[in-house]
Design a protein around this ligand. Structure first.
Ligand code: ADP
Length: 172
């Protein structure tokens, strides 16, 4: 049984992530989408929200599971009895960080292999950060994320706008 762990912030999951997940699901017996807590990155969505959105987006893929982890990635991979860490590579800009991460993980455990997958060319520009920025400015994010993610983004930005409005009214 070949199990691959796909770790990331998934803040939120996009069609770029999903493209990588679908490709991996055809190659591995099981793919675990491992949502990192990453509190130091101050995620936009909570860990629970990110997991829920990822689970909804991958519901149609029978051999894909969504889980979360807070520990060292290698420890989590071993705990899940996986041998492969899956990462996505978009452009040259991803390379340096991914290279550093993969070699660090190899230094920690030689038995775990990092495998990179490239998304379809139309998603090579896509990042969770860009999607949030487009949504924040009122743009249509439907080409980039599944409908439940778009709704969650819109709801969160509406909430933030509302609380900013209330704060201004209090000050005024
Ligand atoms: P992290 O905070 O670990 O970078 P992300 O959720 O941003 O988490 O990304 C998880 C993985 O998915 C990373 O390897 C990243 O390069 C990859 N990834 C993100 N967006 C895309 C995309 N559009 N196409 C392919 N891979 C992607």
């Amino acid at each position: 049984m070949q199990i691959a762990v796909y770790p990331g912030s998934f803040d939120p999951i996009t069609y770029g992530h999903l493209d990588v997940i679908q490709r991996a699901a055809r190659l591995f017996d099981q793919v675990i989408v491992a949502v990192a807590q990453n509190e130091e990155k101050h995620p936009f969505f909570t860990l629970e929200e990110r997991c829920k959105l990822a689970a909804t987006a991958t519901a149609g893929l029978a051999n894909v599971e969504v889980d979360s982890f807070r520990s060292l990635l290698i420890d989590y991979v071993l705990q899940r009895k996986a041998r492969v860490i899956l990462r996505g590579l978009r452009a040259v800009s991803d390379f340096e960080f991914e290279f550093q991460l993969a070699l660090t993980n190899r230094r920690i455990n030689e038995q775990i292999e990092t495998i990179f997958m490239m998304p379809r060319d139309t998603y090579t520009f896509l990042s969770s950060r860009i999607v949030k920025e487009v949504c924040r400015l009122g743009g249509d994010v439907s080409p980039f994320v599944p409908p439940p993610v778009r709704s969650a983004l819109q709801a969160r930005y509406a909430e933030l706008a509302e609380s900013a409005h209330c704060n201004r009214s209090h000050i005024g």
